[in-house]
Design a protein around this ligand. Structure first.
Ligand SMILES: NC(=O)c1ccc[n+]([C@@H]2O[C@H](COP(=O)([O-])OP(=O)(O)OC[C@H]3O[C@@H](n4cnc5c(N)ncnc54)[C@H](OP(=O)(O)O)[C@@H]3O)[C@@H](O)[C@H]2O)c1
Length: 331
C-alpha cells in the first residue's frame, strides 16, 4: 500500500510517498481503508521527534474510512462500517490526566497518511452522517482537544467572554464553533485580515490583529476565559487581557515553549492557568454528540492528494490555512 513516510532526516525533507507493507489485523483490532486523512501541526513536530536512526514511520493522526477487516474478537463493528479514527490511544474515561501508556496515533506507531491502517477497535467511532469524508477526516484530534479545553477544563457558559488568539488554527476554528453554540461572546485574533473576516462570517463577535494592542482594541472589555495555543508570542498579552480571577487554558505553544511572566501581577490578579491535552474516549463521545446535535461541520480549508505531501506540509507550516487541511485517498 502507498503511504506518506518519514525516515532518514529531520523535517519535511525526510518525507516520501512510497510503498509500505500492509498491516495485519489482531484479535481486537480493525483494518480501515482510509478515504481521507486530516493534517495537524503535530504532524510537523513529529518530523523532528521521529529520529533519523529509527525505522520508517507513517505519519498522521486523523482519518476517516471504511472498515475492511475485523479481528476475531470484534463484535461491535463490521466490515463496511463507515468510521472516524480516534487518535487518543489508551485513554477511556474522562480523568484529570491521561493514564500511563497513553499515546497518540502517528508516533511511536504508524499513522493515518496511508491507504490502510490497523487500530484497536476502541479507537474507531461511527462517522457522523452529516459530514463528508473530508470533513469527518479532520474532526478527531482538533475537535477532541477543543472540546476538553472548552468544556472539561474551561467550564464554558453563555456568560463567558471567550478569547481565541490565532483563529487560523484548526483547533481554534472548532473552539469558535463550539463556544458560539453555547452562547458565549467570542473574540478572536489573527495576523491575517482575511482570516479575521472569515472568523466574523463564522460567528465571532469581534476579530482583531494578533500583533495589535489588545487592551486598546477591546477598550474596557475584559475576557473571562482565554484559550491560548500560540505560546511565547502572545502569552503575556493573554494574561493582561483577562479579567481579575479569569482563566487561561493552554494546550499549545506554536511560537516557542518558554515564557517569562510577572508573578506578582499574576497572583494579585488571582488568575487561573490550566493545561490541557487531547481528550478521553468519553470526551470523544460527548464531542460527537455535541456536533451531531448542533450539526456542526468542521472548516476544511484545503484538500491535497497524498503525493502532494510536500506542498501540504508547507501550506500548514506557513499557516496559510484557515481551519483544517486534509489528504484525499479516494482517487
Ligand atoms: N495539546 C494538544 O492536545 C494539542 C492538540 C492539537 C494542537 N495542539 C497545539 O495547538 C497549536 C495549534 O494547533 P493546530 O493544529 O490547530 O495548528 P495550526 O492549524 O497550524 O495553527 C496555528 C495557528 O497559530 C497562529 N500562529 C502561528 N505562528 C504564529 C506567530 N508567529 N505569531 C502569532 N500567531 C501565530 C496562526 O494563526 P493566524 O494565522 O490566524 O495568525 C496559526 O493559524 C499547535 O501548537 C499544536 O501543537 C495541541
Amino acid at each position: 500500500m502507498k503511504a506518506v513516510v518519514h525516515e532518514g532526516q529531520a523535517g519535511i525533507n525526510g518525507l516520501s510517498y512510497r510503498e509500505m507493507e500492509e498491516p495485519k489485523v489482531g484479535e481486537t483490532e480493525v483494518k480501515v481503508k482510509l478515504k481521507a486523512a486530516g493534517l495537524n501541526r503535530r504532524d510537523i513536530m513529529v518530523l523532528t521527534r521521529h529520529k533519523e536512526d529509527q525505522p520508517p514511520l507513517i505519519v498522521g493522526s486523523d482519518g476517516a474510512g471504511i472498515i475492511e477487516e475485523v479481528g476475531s474478537g470484534v463484535s461491535n463493528f463490521n466490515v463496511g462500517d463507515e468510521v472516524i479514527i480516534n487518535p487518543s490511544l489508551g485513554w477511556k474515561e474522562k480523568s484529570a490526566v491521561p493514564p500511563k501508556g497513553f499515546e497518540i496515533v502517528g508516533l511511536p506507531d504508524h499513522g493515518t497518511f496511508a491507504e490502510k491502517i490497523v487500530l484497536p477497535v476502541d479507537n474507531v467511532e461511527k462517522k457522523p452522517a452529516h459530514l463528508s469524508w473530508e470533513e469527518a477526516s479532520v474532526l478527531s484530534l482538533a475537535a477532541i482537544t477543543a472540546y476538553r479545553v472548552l468544556f472539561t477544563r474551561g467550564n464554558v457558559t453563555a456568560d463567558d467572554t471567550v478569547m481565541i488568539p490565532g483563529i487560523g488554527s484548526g483547533v481554534a476554528t472548532f473552539l469558535l464553533l463550539f463556544a458560539k453554540k453555547v452562547g458565549a461572546r467570542v473574540i478572536v485574533t489573527s495576523r491575517s485580515k482575511e482570516k479575521q473576516k472569515k472568523a466574523l462570517e463564522l460567528g465571532a463577535d469581534l476579530a482583531i490583529d494578533t500583533y495589535s494592542d489588545w487592551n486598546k482594541e477591546l477598550k474596557d472589555e475584559k475576557v473571562s476565559l482565554l484559550i491560548e495555543s500560540i505560546g511565547r508570542a502572545t502569552f503575556n498579552k493573554s494574561i493582561n487581557i483577562i479579567e481579575r480571577g479569569g482563566t487561561i487554558v493552554t494546550f499549545g505553544a506554536t511560537t516557542e515553549d518558554e515564557v517569562n511572566i510577572d508573578m506578582r501581577h499574576f497572583f494579585y490578579g488571582q488568575y487561573n492557568l490550566l493545561g490541557s491535552t487531547m481528550g478521553s474516549r468519553e470526551e470523544m463521545h460527548e464531542m460527537l454528540a455535541f456536533i451531531e446535535k448542533h450539526e456542526i461541520k468542521p472548516i476544511v480549508d484545503k484538500t491535497f492528494l497524498p503525493e502532494d505531501f510536500e506542498e501540504a506540509f508547507h501550506y500548514l507550516k506557513e499557516s496559510q490555512n484557515f481551519g483544517k487541511v486534509t489528504f484525499s485517498f479516494t482517487s
